[in-house]
Design a protein around this ligand. Structure first.
Ligand SMILES: Nc1ncnc2c1ncn2[C@@H]1O[C@H](COP(=O)(O)OP(=O)(O)OP(=O)(O)O)[C@@H](O)[C@H]1O
Ligand SMILES: [Mg+2]
Length: 458
């Protein structure tokens, strides 16, 4: 069942129960007070007749009361103490007679009159009695009657109003529920449609920003998920295209040179030469696959880090010593600055990989007679390690992507400068696996500085 129908149905049931019960109680109270009012009015009318009779009990007064009542919708019957009718505004019928036959002796002392018949449904009249006692000692009763039919008429008119009001409220309620449930479920429906499209591989969904409540947040999350999946797919495609490009070049060499090396009429020297090229290219592929394998393991959080307390100055100095000859042979000066000893908790083997990569880049993208500096700075609660070169620098528009896999600023992928574009992605993965932060500042043609921030140990 559709959620809008379900929601609307339960909404309707709840409001219907509330409306029906409040209408029921309201109706009951209104009818009750209406009948009470009629009875009270009847009683006070009877009381005033009995008051008048007590003051002047004569034929003229009785006649006057009789005439007065015959002009209204109420009837009066005046009896003496034993129930003998003295006068009445109407010829008595069976129902009136039945009421008159009741024993009224118990009400004789009641000055305020008594309601003796209030049943609207089974009787023809509602009725009250007001006793009187004249100065001469004559005792009697003033009976007042009002036809229940008239009151029933008023009640049925009231019922009509109630029914009309209920139908109107019900109609408005249905109308409101219809629009409310639609408004509530509309964003859900578009979200359902979006996820359906996503499950079929179409991530180009765009959900409108509806509200800032839970539904709005859900819609935002789905939108973010779609964007991320779209980005991942794009990245995966680019990555695969990059890999196949990376593999195709050495494989073309291998294939071509193998073909030549197989020829019979080739001199041993040439054959060796070709075999060397084939060997180098195979090495190249091997390295690429190794790095890719490393990255894949990092992605699955599958590579082990065995952290230990490391003296960062000593550690960096050993790397400095390892790299110095390579820098020297290219004519690049490598400088090492560590003013204060500090300890960090790192995996030394992984971090060696990090700095070898950074220094390899610094060397690769620096010219002769430039300076590359390794500097360790102690900040308040962190250790900052900087690798700063005076090389070619990175164009500002490329900086956000240099940590991406297979990304290289120089797209020509020349064998002289280019690696695979994987070094920095490996660096980033390792630094982040140690809860560190890596950032870069670079200016084209003046140099690059990579900064790694690690949490220091006391
Ligand atoms: N110190 C630097 N100076 C100038 N450009 C740099 C520097 N370090 C990195 N880059 C740029 O960032 C790109 C990505 O670097 P990364 O180390 O990931 O790849 P690579 O060095 O090209 O290849 P790999 O490290 O896989 O052998 C490089 O191609 C280069 O353009
Ligand atoms: Mg590199």
């Amino acid at each position: 069942m559709k959620i809008s129908i379900k929601l609307g149905f339960w909404f309707f049931i709840c409001i219907f129960i509330i409306e029906a019960s409040s209408m029921f109680f309201l109706h009951r109270n209104v009818v009750h007070s209406l009948v009470n009012e009629e009875l009270e009015a009847l009683k006070s009318r009877g009381n005033s007749h009995s008051d008048v009779i007590e003051i002047s009990y004569d034929e003229a007064t009785l006649q006057h009361i009789k005439i007065m009542e015959s002009q209204t919708d109420t009837e009066v019957v005046i009896t003496d103490y034993v129930g003998k009718i003295i006068t009445s505004s109407k010829t008595l019928d069976k129902s009136m007679d039945k009421i008159l036959k009741r024993n009224m002796a118990e009400h004789i002392l009641s000055n305020n009159g008594v309601i003796i018949q209030s049943d609207l449904h089974d009787e023809q009249y509602i009725s009250t009695v007001s006793p009187f006692k004249t100065e001469n000692g004559d005792i009697g009763f003033v009976y007042m009657f009002k036809s229940t039919e008239q009151i029933q008429n008023v009640i049925s008119r009231l019922n009509e109003h109630f029914i009309l009001a209920s139908v109107l409220i019900l109609f408005l309620m249905l109308f409101t529920i219809f629009f409310l449930s639609r408004a509530l479920t509309k964003p859900l429906i578009s979200m359902k449609e979006a996820t359906r499209r996503m499950s079929k591989g179409d991530f180009s969904v765009s959900l409108p920003k509806t509200s800032s409540d839970e539904i709005g947040e859900l819609s935002d999350s789905i939108q973010t998920l779609a964007n991320d999946l779209n980005y991942l797919r794009k990245e995966r495609n680019e990555f695969l295209a990059g890999i196949s490009h990376e593999l195709r070049t050495p494989l073309t060499y291998i294939k071509g040179y193998t073909d030549i090396a197989r020829r019979n009429n080739l001199s041993e020297k040439d054959r060796l030469n070709y075999l060397n090229i084939i060997y180098e290219e195979s090495n190249h592929i091997d390295n690429l696959l190794k790095e890719l394998f490393d990255l894949a393991k990092m992605d699955q959080n599958n590579f082990s880090i065995s952290k230990e307390k490391v003296n960062i100055c000593l550690f960096m100095h050993s790397i400095f010593r390892k790299m110095e000859p390579a820098f020297e042979s290219k004519g690049v000066k490598l400088e090492f600055i560590c003013k204060k000893n500090a300890y960090v908790n790192i995996d030394p083997i992984r971090f060696e990989q990090v700095f070898l990569n950074l220094l390899d880049n610094a060397l690769k993208y620096s010219d002769t007679n430039t300076l590359t500096t390794i500097e360790i700075k102690n900040e308040e609660d962190s250790i900052n390690i900087l690798v700063k070169d005076q090389g070619s620098g990175i164009p500002t528009e490329d900086i956000p992507y240099i940590f991406d896999r297979l990304y290289r600023v120089d797209k020509s992928r020349s064998r002289l400068t280019g690696g695979f574009g994987l070094g920095l992605s490996i660096v980033k993965e390792i630094v982040e696996a140690h809860c560190g932060i890596i950032s870069v500042e670079s200016q084209l043609n003046s140099g690059t500085c990579f900064k790694i921030i690690l949490k220091g140990l006391d």
